[in-house]
Ligand binder design. Structure first.
Ligand SMILES: CC(C)(COP(=O)(O)OP(=O)(O)OC[C@H]1O[C@@H](n2cnc3c(N)ncnc32)[C@H](O)[C@@H]1OP(=O)(O)O)[C@@H](O)C(=O)NCCC(=O)NCCS
Length: 211
């Protein structure tokens, strides 16, 4: 099986008791799969990335930059696709930084419909699958300190803030391409990754976005 040939399938009503919380939160709502991004998806990726709801919260890449991430063997570029109509509803980009000591580096995640758990479910599925495929001993990411929604979503699946020493922080910043001094660095390990269902059990009904 090729490195990226697997589809990570997650459907709210497919998982029985283990995903009971998700099923409740998503009753009648979206279900999705993760699949590798193709060049033909790039219009949708750019539209999501440039959308006013996301523009100030994530980096803005050119089409060529995305295309290069699709092609490179040390990059992961995945579409979060609605099972209902196969439309892209988000995407995830990650770097394989295992040899640099940072494990799987989640460079970017964006979902169109926010605060109903899609972000944490997609990230959990992606990280869990990538741990198996790549053999990473951890996954990390960097988030703006003011982006509390993202931090809550990441914390819900086990990411915790880590305090890198100055030299590691500089090294990671270089590998990332740059992030602010006060940005929050978060990490999770295979043994500390949490299934998203528990954190969604007590969520209010979809549609109560606090954005
Ligand atoms: C970040 C992102 C991927 C998270 O996915 P999501 O599906 O929206 O997030 P979740 O539903 O899993 O969790 C959102 C959490 O933030 C909370 N939240 C919502 N709006 C909030 C706000 N304005 N302030 C603080 N918390 C907020 C929700 O209540 C929920 O927390 P809870 O479960 O503890 O109640 C998504 O919001 C997104 O695409 N944002 C725009 C791009 C972005 O910021 N990307 C991340 C860059 S690092």
């Amino acid at each position: 099986m090729s490195r990226k040939s697997r589809l990570v399938s997650l459907r709210s009503d497919d998982h029985g008791p283990r995903f009971g919380g998700l099923a409740r939160s998503f009753r009648g709502g979206p279900s999705f799969i993760l699949r590798p991004t193709q060049f033909k998806d790039l219009d949708a990726v750019l539209a999501i990335e440039q959308h006013p709801d996301n523009h100030g919260l994530i980096g803005q890449w050119s089409r060529d930059h995305h295309a290069s991430a699709i092609e490179r063997g040390d990059r992961e570029h995945w579409i979060i696709e609605s099972k209902a109509d196969h439309a892209p509803i988000g995407y995830i980009i990650a770097y394989n930084l295992i040899s640099e000591g940072f494990g799987l580096y989640v460079k970017r995640i964006t979902v169109s419909e926010k605060s109903i758990g899609i972000g944490r479910m997609a990230l959990h599925s992606f990280v869990q699958d990538a741990f198996c495929r790549l053999g990473a001993d951890s996954a990390c990411l960097v988030v703006y300190r003011t982006n509390e929604r993202a931090q809550r979503s990441y914390r819900a699946i086990g990411f915790v803030e880590v305090d890198l020493d100055a030299s590691d922080r500089t090294k990671l910043r270089k590998l990332d391409g740059g992030f602010p001094d006060d940005a929050v660095i978060m990490r999770v390990q295979p043994t500390t990754l949490l299934a998203p269902n528990a954190s969604l059990q007590s969520r209010p009904a979809p549609g109560r976005d606090r954005r």
